[in-house]
Design a protein around this ligand. Structure first.
Ligand SMILES: Nc1ncnc2c1ncn2[C@@H]1O[C@H](COP(=O)(O)OP(=O)(O)O)[C@@H](O)[C@H]1O
Ligand SMILES: [Mg+2]
Length: 324
C-alpha cells in the first residue's frame, strides 16, 4: 500500500522520539511505500486534494541497551511531485499544533479526499471538532472540575473555591502557557490578563491534582482502544510533566480506573473518526485528548518492549481490507 504522512519538515523531526517517524518506519517494515508532504504543500484541483509528495526511504532506529540509536542520515527522499492524495491508501495528518488558521485550512483541503478510497487519520472533521483541551469536557464523570472562561471574576470565584488550580491556554501543547494558580498569588490579575489577552480569549482553569507529582500518563488509543501507556514525571522544580519541559518518562501499566476512562472516551473517538489519539490522565482523571499529532510510541516501545507502530499500521491494513 501507499501511505502519505503530512508532517513538519523531516529535518526537524527527532527520529528517536517522534511518533511520526515510528509510524513511517513501521509502514516501511511492513512493505508499504512511505510518502511525505507538509500542510502548506496541499492544493485542491478539480475538487480533489493534491499534495507535493516525496517518497521516503528510512534507515530505522535501533533499540540498543534501552536507547534508540539513529543514523545521522536517517532518511533519503525522492524528488517532489504533485499527485492526488487519493493515489494513497492512507493519509496521516501529523502536523504539530497549534491548530492555526493555516492548519484548519489544511483540514478543509483534506475534506476533498474520498474516504472510500483513502483513509485519513485522523479524519479532518474530527480534528476540527475536537479542541484538544475542550473535547474532554463532555466526559464530565472522568475529568477534574474544570471551567473555561475569559472572565476574571468567574476564574477568581473558581480559584477561591479550589484554593489552587491549573490554567491552560486552549490551543497549547507540550506544557506551553500552563500556569499554576494559587488564590493568594498577588500576580493573579496580571496572570489572567496575560493569558486571556486582556479578556479576549477564553482559557481553561482546572482543579490542581496533587497526584500530578507522580506523573501525567499518556495512553495511546487506536480505534477507541488503549494499546499502550507511558508515565511522564515532573523533575526538579517544574510542576509540568511534559517531555518537552524535562518530564522523566517511566514504564507504566494501565490501571482499572484508566481502563474505565478509555471505555468512556473510546466509543466517542471512534464515532468522531479520531482513530489515533493520545489521552492524558493524572491521578485517575482525564485531563487532555490529543488528536493532532499525539506522541509517545517511541518511549512506550523502548520501556515496554511493544511495537505500537506496527500495531497501528496493521490496523490500517485491516481497515482498508474490510472497506475494499
Ligand atoms: N489538573 C492538573 N493538576 C495538576 N497538574 C496538571 C493538571 N493538568 C495539567 N497538569 C500538568 O500540566 C502538564 C500539561 O497539561 P496538559 O493538560 O496535558 O496540556 P499540554 O500537554 O497540552 O500542554 C501536565 O503534564 C501536568 O504535569
Ligand atoms: Mg498533555
Amino acid at each position: 500500500m501507499k501511505f502519505a504522512f503530512i508532517i513538519d519538515p523531516l529535518a526537524k523531526l527527532d527520529p528517536g522520539h517522534d511518533t511520526s517517524v515510528a509510524l513511517m518506519e513501521a509502514s516501511q517494515a511492513l512493505g508499504h511505500e512511505v510518502w511525505v508532504t507538509k500542510a502548506q504543500e496541499l492544493s485542491v484541483v478539480k475538487s480533489q486534494a493534491w499534495a507535493l509528495l516525496q517518497k521516503v526511504q528510512l534507515t530505522p532506529a535501533q533499540l540498543v541497551e534501552g536507547r534508540w540509536v539513529v543514523e545521522p542520515e536517517w532518511y533519503a527522499v525522492s524528488e517532489a511531485g504533485w499527485r492526488p492524495l487519493e493515489d494513497m491508501d492512507a493519509v496521516f495528518m501529523r502536523t504539530d499544533p497549534p491548530v492555526s488558521v493555516p492548519y484548519l485550512y489544511a483540514t478543509y483541503i483534506l475534506d476533498y479526499i474520498n474516504p472510500e478510497k483513502t483513509l485519513v487519520i485522523n479524519t479532518p472533521a474530527g480534528i476540527r471538532m475536537a479542541n484538544e483541551k475542550m473535547y474532554a469536557l463532555q466526559f464530565e464523570e472522568v475529568i477534574p472540575e474544570t471551567i473555561v472562561s475569559q472572565d476574571k471574576s468567574v476564574i477568581r470565584k473558581f480559584l477561591e473555591e479550589k484554593g489552587t488550580a491549573v490554567l491552560k491556554p486552549l490551543g497549547g501543547k507540550a506544557g506551553e502557557g500552563i500556569l499554576f494558580l494559587d488564590k493568594s498569588d498577588r500576580n493573579f490579575n496580571s496572570l489572567i490578563e496575560i493569558s486571556t489577552q486582556q479578556g479576549r480569549e477564553p482559557v481553561m482553569v482546572q482543579t490542581y491534582l496533587p497526584a500530578a507529582k507522580d506523573g501525567d500518563k499518556r495512553i495511546i488509543m487506536l480505534n477507541g482502544k488503549p494499546i499502550g501507556a507511558v508515565n511522564r514525571i515532573p523533575t526538579g522544580n517544574e510542576f509540568r510533566g511534559n517531555m518537552a519541559v524535562g518530564g522523566r518518562v517511566a514504564q507504566t501499566e494501565i490501571t482499572e480506573q484508566e481502563q474505565r476512562i478509555c471505555a468512556v472516551v473510546g466509543p466517542k473517538l471512534q464515532q468522531d473518526g479520531l482513530y489515533f489519539v493520545g489521552i492524558d490522565v493524572i491521578g485517575g482523571y482525564l485531563t487532555e485528548v490529543n488528536v493532532t499529532s499525539p506522541t509517545g510510541i517511541r518511549e512506550i516501545d523502548r520501556l515496554s518492549g511493544t511495537h505500537l507502530g506496527e500495531e497501528v499500521i496493521t490496523w490500517v491494513e485491516q481497515t482498508k481490507m474490510i472497506n475494499s
